[in-house]
Design a protein around this ligand. Structure first.
Ligand code: FES
Length: 119
C-alpha cells in the first residue's frame, strides 16, 4: 500500500495523533487509517486539513494523491474538486467528509466521526 500509515493510538479529547507536522510535506497529501476510516491529510501553508480519502465519484481511495488548486484537492482519477476546508464540491453541497485537525506540540491530531448506517 503506497504512502499509508496507521495512526498512533494517542487520544486527546477524541482526537487521534497521526504524525508530526514536520513529516507532512507542503501541498502533498498523506493517507492514514483512523478508527478504520481512511483519511487524506494535507499541509497547505502550514495549515492541516483532513478529508475522507474515498472519492464519492467511483469510490477510489486516491484523494491523498490529488493535487491542490484554488483551495481544493483535485481527485487524480477524473478531476472532481473538493474544498480542503469543507470537503464540498464547488457549487454543490455534496462532497467528502471533512474532519477537525489541530497541531499540538508539533504533532497532528485528527478527530474522525464515524457514520452509522441506519437500515
Ligand atoms: S473517482 Fe474521483 S473523480 Fe472519479
Amino acid at each position: 500500500m503506497k504512502n499509508s500509515t496507521p495512526a498512533e493510538t494517542t487520544e486527546f479529547e477524541d482526537f487521534k495523533k497521526v504524525c508530526s507536522i514536520d513529516s507532512l510535506k507542503e501541498y502533498k497529501g498523506k493517507r492514514f487509517f483512523i478508527d478504520d476510516i481512511e483519511v487524506a491529510v494535507f499541509k497547505i501553508d502550514g495549515e492541516v486539513y483532513a478529508l475522507s480519502n474515498i472519492c464519492p465519484h467511483q469510490h477510489t481511495a486516491l484523494i491523498y494523491d490529488g493535487f491542490i488548486e484554488d483551495g481544493c484537492v483535485v481527485c487524480p482519477a477524473h478531476g472532481w474538486m473538493f474544498n480542503l476546508k469543507t470537503g464540498r464540491m464547488p457549487a454543490d453541497s455534496k462532497g467528502l467528509d471533512s474532519y477537525p485537525a489541530k497541531v499540538i506540540d508539533g504533532n497532528v491530531f485528527i478527530k474522525v466521526i464515524k457514520k452509522e448506517l441506519n437500515w
